[in-house]
Structures are given as C-alpha cells and as structure tokens.
Design a protein around this ligand. Sequence first.
Ligand code: ZN
Length: 253
Amino acid sequence: MSKGLYTTEALILRCRRYREADGLLVLLTRERGKVNAVAKGIFKPSSSLRGGVQTFTLSAMQLYAGKSNLHTVTQSQCQEAFLTLREQLDGMLTAACWAELLEALLPEEEADEALFALALTGFYALAVKAAPLIRRGLEVQLMNALGYEPVLDGCVECQRRFLEDAPVFFSLNRGGLVCGRCRQSGDLPVGGEAVALWRMLGKMDCGKVGRIKGRPFAIKQLGSVVEAWIAAQVGRPMRSWGVIKTMGGLSDD
Ligand SMILES: [Zn+2]
C-alpha cells in the first residue's frame, strides 16, 4: 500500500482511548479495507476531529499512512451517524455485534468494495430495525462472502438429501449439515425451519433481509448454530454476544 495522505469513506468499527487524549480506531475503509488508525487529541473538548470519529458512524476521512501499520486521521467529517441505532439499546447491541464481527473476520488493508457495501448495508439495516433475523442475515451473508458458506443442501458426509421430518444436525468440523446416520458427538441439532431460513438469508439481497419472517424458536435455533459456526472459524465467540446474553437477550428474542 502506498504511503502518504489518502482520502476515503470509513466506517468506525471501534474507538478506544489511547495515551492521554488520543483515540485508537479500527476503521473499515472503502479504499484500503480494514485499517488501524490513531486520532490525536479527540478526547480533548476542543478537538475538531471528535464528531467525525464516533463509533458506528460513516465518515469522510483523510488519513496519513506512514511507515507503521497505524495510520493517522488528519481530517474527518461524519456523513451518516445512524442516529436511530444510538437511540435504542437493541440498536447499540446489534451494531456492536456487527462491528466486532467485521473486525474479527476482515483481513487488514485489503480493499473489497462488496464487503464494504455489505458492512454499510448492515448498519443501515440495523438502524431501520435491530431485529434478530436481520442480525442473523448479516452474519450469514458475511460468512458466505468470506468463503465460509456451509453445505446446507444435503448431508456433507454421505451427500444424501434429507427426508422430510428426518433429524438433521450441523457439524462444525465438517462444515455443513449431516444426517442422523453420519452424526457424530458434538454435532448440533437443527430443525428444518432454521435450515430453510439459513438458506434463504444466504441467497437474498442483504438489504431485503427485513422482509423475511420466521417463527421465534426457529430464529433462536438458527442464531445459536450460526454463532457456533462463526466461533469455530474465528477461534472464539464474540464478546458482544456475551453482553447480549448477560442482559437477557434482545427485546425481540
Ligand atoms: Zn449422511
């Protein structure tokens, strides 16, 4: 990647305090993919950068790339603050999950227009409605886009199609569904409706995920299997999932 100043649109995935009054940011930029950056002095009341580096906002930024991987924010102007996301607890919690997932899964300094668009669509969709199924739809779409699409159209082991009402399981280490005969210990039971939702969410335009309906128990089951699938790829669960669980779930769960 070239050094020097560059301008880009950036989603602020994370901002934490660094040294006295600086902010350490994790950004998803349109031009350079995921980037770590320092925003100097943003915790001083007089900072002019402050409004452009809030978490879960989209900003037009100018950054400086020097020798290190830590870029420096030189200008930033908020373009979209996703205000409705901040006004409700479910919005903040689901946005935190989405941002953490993007940070955990996306490679550093690899620009990808489709992934940037998906990340941005995710924040817009959650700002409209922070519903569990939208959250799951985004997770499924991101995993598929990164090459972690599981086998859902038959048994990953014996290739047989599933008979209606036959018990089906999800195998984390084999990367897909398995039938009762190929099941091993540790495989997770998953119902037909949850599997149907998973397939649907993976195939549709992510901006339209809000139109899908599902019964609460199926959405919940889908959620726990998708989380297990993500955790198996990342090597750990997301911290923000734990926060939601501690709080007793989202209001729609
Ligand atoms: Zn099988």
